[in-house]
Design a protein around this ligand. Sequence first.
Ligand code: ATP
Ligand code: MG
Length: 481
Amino acid sequence: MFRRITQFCKQLFAEGEQAESTETFQQSVPEGTGLSLSVTPRNAHTISRKNISENALKVLYRLNKAGYQAFLVGGGVRDLLLGMEPKDFDVVTDATPEDIKKLFRNCRIVGRRFRLAHIVFGRDVIEVATFRGHHGDEDGDKISKANAEGRLLRDNVYGGIDEDAERRDFTVNALYYDISDYSIRSYGGGMEDLNEGVLRLIGDPDTRYREDPVRMIRAVRFATKLGMRIEDATAAPIRKLAPLLKDIPAARMYEEVLKLFFAGKAQANYQMMQDYQLFAPIFPLIAETMADSPKGHCARMTQLVMRGTDQRVIEDKPVTPSFFYAALLWYPLKSRAEEIAHESGLSLYDAYFAAMGDVLERQCQTIAIPKRFSVPARDIWQLQLRFERSQGTRAFKLMENPKFRAAYDLLLLRAEIEGGSLQKSAQWWQSFVEAPEEARGDIARGSGSSKNAAPRNRNRRVRRRPRSEGAPAGSGSGSEA
Ligand code: ATP
Ligand code: MG
């Protein structure tokens, strides 16, 4: 109780004091750190506690009351200052994960590379990190560890706020909202960069990208999300260092790819990643297929998938990694299947099945697509093989498949790209799918004269799988991907 009253008085005092000053002031930096610091008092910035999540505020206040420093940091502060709604609120403190665990019953300690505390409020999780310090470089430092390329494998050295700021990626992410007096501490000119729309890496860009190559795709993601320009020195080493992305653990890359393409900026991110040569190291098969494809089907598919994903996000429709990967990898699958059929003499139909495993395995080396998405992606592919042969009364059966809708969407994309007989097949399906339920029977029977019609006579033996020509709808003719 006493502590609460003291805290309350302190806050009143701080508020009174801050009311006087609306000037941002520069402060010299403590020895050994190279970043300038400026402090913007509460009355000189636009962040209001009303816009901060209640749970984040609870965490900040409880840490502060227990005598620790506590700040909102990173994207939460940055986005609020830009008038955007933050995706999440991250907290940073001088309390260690163990200290934090003592304060919160609902706390889990997570992470190896970075040990963090997660404070769990039902479905909402507030991530609380301890200030990072400088990582020792040589002599057997066990808490910070880098590989031969300079990539940090572990980073659990604790420090103060100034060192923590140096360990952050961009200046606009080194913004700290101080819960003790509601001021904002900004390092390395973060506040000015934010106002000018400049993304600037903290420290030497070459070293910082080598430490963590994911920062290169973060640069792209923030540039498109925030409408900012990547400052020249920050942009300069990207093309040269892009191949380092190959070595990022595939599970982490999976998460990064979701953030890149499932947040409404897929087209812009894809374009910028291509410009900076960041796409090929993560999607090597797609890049190879694009390079081998004079008709540009694979490139066109990638553009359409990105556009469609953005559209769905804008319309608040669900987006799923199974469709995303099935569609992006369709032409790599097609060319691998044709290659297998050519080399092995397998029917094209069987070759497709063999190719599915190859393609997924290759893609999963850089992006660990979880089974719950790669299995349905295979279903979407398999349905492509059945579309043409199921026109007619078999169409009803196909429609019952849980992945029918996604597979049908992929068929439409393929038809848009390739035209020809595939376009005809897609039109048949479109008329069937869009027809009122009671009219579908007629449509199914109406196609009876075509070679695709299902046999009327139920007793007639149906050859389920064509022996050699069993390619998916429209793919029989060319080997173009
Ligand atoms: P958003 O949540 O909108 O994607 P963010 O900036 O909050 O953006 P997070 O991944 O939530 O990004 O990380 C929170 C903060 O942690 C960042 O603002 C940055 O200060 C720091 N950070 C995250 N990833 C890195 C990294 N790879 N290298 C250095 N600092 C990082
Ligand atoms: Mg964040």
